[in-house]
Design a protein around this ligand. Structure first.
Ligand SMILES: Cc1ncc(COP(=O)(O)O)c(C=O)c1O
Length: 403
């Protein structure tokens, strides 16, 4: 049965596909270790649960305005003021069904068919597909340094008369890199000068380690906010353990927000008022859980780096934020898909191939699970790759042979 060209062409997110595979294997009783996960173990903050429960108990669960419940818009304005030192108006905010949906709605709003969006690699898996869904052209600019920072000369060389936007994600999924303040300034200036949208996907912005704080992009934008093409995407998924609530948002000039609102009105009407209310609880309640998550992840990062040292031929750049690292496994296997499949089959460890993020020879390993999983997961990877280790290993109640 033929489907639309779009449905045939868009790839399933490999991260979600592999997470499903991990769930299936676990359900079959396999001792699988998930080092591919994109969600930390922290629980939803109590303030979010309380807000949500209170509304639920009224039995009055209705549509909200498309751009979002006024209480949540107000909370986002407060959040932006506190975390970005930027005062925005309610016309500058739209609430969406997760940051992914905010990005989708934004791209549908600003990109025409064949227009180009520059995406520095390594990139989050969904960016190229989201651009293709608007019939735009993703233009991948590969990373040319081992720090995983975008290079301004390469970005500048990729700009054509069809370029409309650049997507930046720092702290970065998959590398964990935080881009230097000077680079963010250059990007803000470059986009302003070339009349391009600069989309800052800030979903991990509070998950930064070693006393580093990602700079607010607004500190470099001094033009008229109502004509500025700077868009900041954010959400509650990663910081508040609320991936299942599906609340994200965009902050942009009022025309972009109005355009996004029209598109959202014809597709989803609004985000669920229940989960918007939970997000109000998260943003306005006790912020200690975010700091506690950050500290846990920093500790997990250190454990991951310590364990990876056992793999003599693996090179890893210290991640400065998020809960991912992107080690180079090319000394063992250059084809990351093949390597990831081998590790899943042989060692029952889920990893995400670097190829999916636009960087071959690497695997994305996440450290948002338990310390035990990190230690055991890396030990199994070492066993599977290191021919000096014993031929067999015990996984769950099975003895597995390497060859
Ligand atoms: C860089 C990046 N942006 C956006 C998202 C989507 O977040 P949400 O759950 O709010 O849709 C993710 C989730 O993995 C991500 O890694």
């Amino acid at each position: 049965m033929p489907l639309s060209h779009l449905a045939e062409e868009i790839c399933d997110p490999p991260t979600l596909k592999l997470s499903q595979k991990a769930r299936d294997l676990k359900a079959q009783g396999e001792a699988v270790i998930h080092l591919g996960s994109g969600e930390p173990l922290n629980k939803t903050p109590q303030s979010a649960i309380d807000h949500c429960r209170k509304l639920l108990e009224t039995g009055e669960i209705r549509y909200s305005p498309t751009e979002g419940a006024p209480t949540l818009i107000q909370a986002i304005i407060g959040y932006t003021e506190k975390n970005y030192a930027k005062t925005v108006d309610k016309q500058n905010v739209i609430v969406c069904n997760g940051a992914k949906h905010a990005l989708y709605t934004l791209i549908m709003t600003i990109i025409n068919p064949d227009e180009e969006v520059i995406i520095p690699a390594p990139y989050w898996v969904s960016y190229p597909e989201l651009v293709k869904m608007a019939y735009g052209q993703p233009v991948i600019v590969p990373c040319t340094n081992d720090q995983f920072f975008p290079n301004m000369t390469d970005i500048s060389a990729a700009v054509t008369s069809k370029t409309r936007a650049i997507i930046i994600n720092s702290p970065n999924n998959p590398s964990g890199a935080i881009f230097p303040d000077a680079l963010i300034k250059e990007l803000v200036d470059f986009c302003a000068k070339n009349d391009l949208y600069l989309i800052m996907d800030d979903i991990y912005h509070k998950l930064a380690f070693d006393n580093q704080t990602p700079v607010s992009c607004y500190s470099f934008s001094n033009g008229n906010p109502e004509t500025s093409k700077l868009v900041v995407i954010n959400g509650v998924s990663k910081l508040y353990g609320m991936t299942g609530f599906r609340i994200g948002w965009a902050v942009a000039n009022h025309r972009v927000i109005a355009g996004m609102s029209t598109i959202a009105a014809q597709t989803v009407s609004c985000a669920s008022i229940l989960t918007q209310t939970a997000a109000v609880g998260a943003l306005t309640g006790d912020q200690a859980p975010v700091e506690s998550l950050r500290l846990t992840l920093q500790n997990n990062r250190d454990i991951m780096l310590r364990e990876l040292k056992q793999l003599a031929n693996v090179k890893v750049r210290v991640p400065k934020g998020t809960f991912y690292c992107l080690p180079d496994f090319s000394a063992y296997e250059k084809d990351s898909v093949k390597l990831s499949e081998y590790l899943l089959e042989k060692a029952l460890v889920v990893t995400i191939p670097g190829k999916e993020f636009g960087i071959e020879g690497h695997l994305r390993l996440s450290y948002c699970g338990s310390e035990q999983d990190i230690i055991e997961g890396v030990a199994r990877i070492k066993w599977a790759l290191d021919t000096q280790s014993p031929d067999t290993i015990q996984i769950g109640n099975r003895t597995v042979r390497r060859k």
